[in-house]
Design a binder for this molecule. Structure first.
Ligand SMILES: Nc1nc2c(c(=O)[nH]1)N[C@H]1C(S)=C(S)[C@@H](COP(=O)(O)O)O[C@H]1N2
Ligand SMILES: [Mo]
Length: 523
């Protein structure tokens, strides 16, 4: 075996050209697919009916994977699960490109182009499978596949013809550099497009949102009381700030509506279908609602819950104006991105269900449903709280059901009474002296009457923070004179209607977790 040294690098001379060209072929394949994705995402901005291939594929995956897998993803990647999904799609597509590139070099042309063809066909199918997608929506996917094939065809065809038997290392280096730059530029451009989508229209819509000045409620609620959390370590704030509020949805990118073009229709089994603009909504009498919303996927002690002062108009008034037919039994709201949520018409029993436009004094943040969403006190988000709301249909449970129902979640989703220890965390070592436990508890619609803490099994009442309404959480805290050693700490709530929070452990599926939040600490 001969070894030769060039510019400080040692090469195994005989192997070099083939190895290098395989690597190059792979890289070229990756770049070809990268360019294809780039072109596909770019063209998806040219027409509003044209769909982003990556987004669509992601949406399709979300719609077919069992919710158990999604729950695992949510737990593993918290709410970054969609970033992970998009990254996986990109990596898989690029890898397939690399394989196709290598096959092409080995003169397995048919297989190589079949891979690209299959990738493209798959993209096209997921676009067609999308509800309401017109046939033109497949254009970006087709163009993307075409771009990939062209790049592969020309670049690799060329490279193969001109492939010298032995490439000099200096030439190899400069080729590598070109590849590096091209790859870097492609990746950067792709990322910018993916996150930016149609930068111009979107930023305009974002600016329009910033310019909104929400009207005041007809009868504003009293100012918020002093928040005990300002002086109690580790305690959740009474109101959850918008940027700390959990986010759960099936949309890869939150839709950004042009608030002047957005409309909400109320139709289905009604006497008078209604169409409302955003301005129409703001002209209606608005009211404020303090309400704790929770995700059905929130485990005992989990973070997928928050408390908000919402602003909106009454849902029951609107439904009354539409005049539901006696045959209807469900209010099914939906958004442009394929989500829907339904609850019994009977639940409009006087409770303050609303179409919310404001969240803690701000227009709804884009990720929390701008321009409008549904809020129904006492119901988990998956059966009620449709974000980016575009339609409310009066229908029947035996005709149609919300997005999660066919995926194994209960048709009815009342929020279960729960309590949580915010501080300290499980496994904490606490110092000797007086120690203050703190947390929150909620029991919609009745409200929290008391919260009890058991340290090693003996239940004692905690001190409660202010009560905003029956549907909001209450903060609690409990001072304890520590005793040395290991301790088990449990929390439970008792509602105003006298119900004691069940000890019975239940998984989040199919209708919400239950059980006492329990932590182990040592002094
Ligand atoms: N359009 C749309 N609305 C949606 C969802 C969704 O996936 N898409 N998820 C629902 C679920 S499961 C929950 S828990 C709440 C979460 O609302 P948030 O993201 O503002 O916290 O929104 C609900 N509304
Ligand atoms: Mo949820």
């Amino acid at each position: 075996m001969t070894r030769k040294e060039f510019g400080g690098e040692v090469w195994k001379y005989e192997d070099m050209p083939t190895k290098a060209s395989h690597r190059q072929a792979f890289a070229l394949g990756v770049i070809a697919v990268g360019i294809g994705i780039f072109v596909g995402e770019l063209t998806s901005n040219f027409h509003s009916a044209w769909k982003s291939p990556v987004d669509t594929l992601g949406n399709w995956i979300i719609s077919v994977i069992p919710h158990s897998v999604e729950s695992i993803a949510i737990t593993l990647f918290s709410t970054h699960d969609k970033g992970f999904l998009v990254a996986s799609i990109l990596i898989a597509a690029l890898l397939l490109g690399g394989i196709a590139g290598d096959l092409l070099l080995r003169s397995k042309r048919e297989i190589a182009f079949a891979i690209i063809g299959l990738e493209t066909t798959f993209g096209v199918i997921t676009v067609i499978a999308r509800p309401h997608a017109g046939i033109t929506a497949i254009a970006p996917s087709l163009i993307s596949g075409l771009a990939t094939s062209l790049v592969l065809y020309f670049a690799l065809g060329r490279a193969k013809e001109e492939q010298p038997q032995v490439i000099s290392p200096s030439e190899l280096k400069s080729r590598r550099q070109v590849l590096k730059y091209a790859g870097g530029a492609g990746a950067l451009g792709g990322l910018m497009l993916l996150s930016g989508q149609s930068v111009k229209t979107h930023s305009l819509n974002v600016i329009k949102r910033l310019a909104i000045k929400l009207p005041k409620a007809t009868h504003p609620l009293p100012d918020l009381p002093t928040d005990p959390a300002s002086s109690i370590r580790g305690l959740s704030t009474l109101i959850t700030p918008n940027n700390e509020f959990y986010q759960i949805d099936i949309a890869i990118n939150a839709p950004i509506f042009d608030v002047e073009a957005w409309t909400l229709t109320i139709n289905g089994l009604v006497k008078n279908p209604i169409t409302l603009t955003y301005a129409d909504l703001l002209k209606r009498p608005l009211f404020e609602l303090d309400d704790t919303m929770s995700c059905v996927s929130n485990p005992v002690g989990g973070p997928l819950v928050g408390n908000v002062r919402w602003l909106g108009c009454r849902l029951d008034d609107l439904i009354r104006e539409a005049g539901p037919l006696s045959s209807s039994d469900q209010i099914l709201s939906s958004s442009s991105d394929g989500f829907s949520a339904g609850f019994p018409l009977d639940l409009l029993d006087g409770r303050d269900a609303m179409i919310a436009v404001g969240m803690n004094g701000q227009p709804l943040p884009i990720k929390h449903g701008f321009p409008a969403r549904v809020i129904v006190p006492g119901l988990y988000g998956y059966v009620s709280a449709t974000k980016w709301l575009t339609n409310i249909e009066l229908t029947r449970f035996d005709i149609k059901q919300g997005f999660w129902i066919s995926r194994g979640w209960s048709q009815l989703g009342p929020i279960k009474m729960e309590s949580r220890i915010d501080y300290p965390q499980d496994g904490a070592h606490v110092p000797v002296g007086t120690f203050r436990f703190a947390g929150v508890a909620w029991a919609p619609l009745a409200g929290i009457a008391s919260v009890q803490l058991a340290i090693d099994g003996l239940w004692k009442n905690a001190t409660l923070g202010p009560s905003l309404s029956g549907t909001t959480w209450r903060q609690w805290w409990f001072d304890w004179d520590t005793t040395a050693g290991k301790h088990v700490v449990e929390v439970r709530a008792i509602s105003v209607s006298g119900e004691v929070q069940t000890k019975q452990l239940a998984d989040v599926a199919p209708n919400g977790a239950s059980g006492w939040h329990t932590i182990h600490i040592s002094v």
